[in-house]
Design a protein around this ligand. Sequence first.
Ligand code: ADP
Ligand code: MG
Length: 697
Amino acid sequence: MEHPFEEFGSMVFGETQMEERLPRPVYEAWKKTVASEGVLDRATADAIAHAMKRWAMEKGCTHFTHWFQPLTGGTAEKHDAFVEPGKDNLPIARFSGKMLIKGEPDASSFPSGGLRATFEARGYTYWDVSSPVFIRDKVLCIPTVFVSYTGEALDRKEPLLKSVKAVSDAATRLVNIFGDKEVKFCKPSIGLEQEYFLIDREYFEKRLDLKLTGRTLFGIAAPKRQELSDHYFGAIPDRVAAFMKDVNQELWKLGIYAKTEHNEVAPSQFELAPVFSECNIAIDQNLLTMDILRRTAKKHGLACLLHEKPFDGINGSGKHNNYSIVTDNGQNLYSPGDKPAENIRFLTFICAFIKAVDTYPVLLRMSASSAGNDFRLGANEAPPAIISIYLGSYIEDILYSIYQEHPSQKGKNEASPDFNPVNGLAYVPHDNTDRNRTSPVAFTGNKFEFRMLGSSMSASLPNIVLNTINAQAINEIADQLEGLKYVQDIRDKALGICRQIIHDHKRILFSGDGYSAEWIKEAARRGLPNVRSYIESTRVLDDPNVVDLFTKTGVFTEKEIAANRNIMEEQYVQIEGIEVRTLMEMTRKDVLPAMSEEIKAYAEGLNACGKAAPKYLTTRVETIGGLIDDVYGKLKALEAKYDEVSKKGSTYDIGYALYYEVNPMMIDLRKSIDTYEKIASPRYYKLPLYQDMLFSL
Ligand code: ADP
Ligand code: MG
């Protein structure tokens, strides 16, 4: 290839292609639709479909698909050929506006959480006009929303688009109130940093746990872990560099600006970050990126592990969600002006964010959770399951000075202990560029970085929540400012509102060490929720305030909320079930037989030596014998427990018991297996070890 970026965007039917290939009026009608100022009529849709089909066929496509995001979190597609019998039964290529806009996948097997009964199992997909059509493997992919026959969302894209609209309307309203009447709409912008592990495919294929659950269910840490931090930002190994080059080519073709890549903290862990883009597009692109990472790895004889915690004892993987709101003319509403203290609009948007997060901390925590992320949240390397915000000392100082004027602070001196929450426990003054890596939500100059997300998750739900809670908080502020005529009155009033928000919500601000044990106590003292598990966090969807939030903003109906909760619980139980069954299977087929072979060998040695048997052999037989009993006993107990738990009443109860009763038993069994692994001879114990998997690239 002549130029490395020559093929950039070549597989996307984006704005440029639209402009080039469509008759002007058609192009303009499409633009209007994207800006939500019109709907596509039949003739326009037909014209667009025709142009898309020609473009796709020039690139060798034979099929198209409505690409959608079922509630299970991944993506789904069903391919249809363009070809149809025409006149005299000769094949013709056909792709109408109707086929572009609406599809009916036979998708009755996707979970609907009770939104569809089997007699009305139909679901429809509709083109999301704001997300560009693209080509993958000679298939024209049309990003779509997926809704039921009766109109309920069966995916996370439809509510996401509604939440984008809600926050856009709210932000535009507030920007207009502050005097900028030019702004017609706003867009949440998202940059998603993706962490992952790469291991040799050969190892992956040999471990059932990696294949079925994405993580190792047992295995001891290698003698070397990550203590030297020599992997972090180190030279990228050749094999990985070749893989990354391929990944970048694929992403660039799809118009995804993959920008940075580097080694992460753990051995064999890497990160990829694209340039931020519009919310729904960024999420589509992240889903594509995960898919491309997995598939490209396979081509290179590697396996890409997107699980949150593939290996015990070293860091897990997350996804950082960088969030900002940008106006149609490019102003970032979280960007401080030259003099932030005077930039009241900026401060108001920051305060709205603080209020939003402190009003719905459990909802936000839930949105970033998954079965896999339970191993990260609250563990030592990830942000704790307690939501707090780190602002940086620059913004803190501004808020602090504003807060001095609050009635509650009258007569108090500078060192008011009341405001300590901002300063945190081990408060050291930071400069504005400093980052607190232990905070789940951090303000990083002109955006908020939400760091709780699990690496394997779709970022839809966290952004649905961020958009919706912000929409509500912004609207509540706008309600109070509306009707004021003079700029000065608006500014004064806004300052007063900010002051009150600081007073009411300062408990959520924390700049100390989020990983410390003291913070857990301090957070409890402040009344901040600390929900331990994902399964428990799903209960937040029963909270009337949350139901109110979603229904009033029009993002979810009550029925949809209930359905989402059902699906989360079901999925949790399924994932946990696969893990337990895989652990039992591997214990039976890989571990116990290896132990038996090994003890047999030592026992034979003992016999052969007779009276002169060395101590080593006697101890080995005893130790392994003891461990066999131990592993076998724990396996039997786990089998019985899993059986018992599976028969419990509701899905939630099963999930809860899996978390609190079955998981600890799995960990216990793992301990015994690991004790054996420590002394096992590779002659008998053949599973790949951490030291092989993590240090071979
Ligand atoms: P880090 O120090 O966490 O690596 P970077 O500044 O490199 O942070 O950015 C990380 C991610 O944030 C990138 O994906 C980047 O495109 C994205 N990002 C930068 N600015 C914004 C913004 N205004 N809104 C949303 N995302 C942004
Ligand atoms: Mg980051």
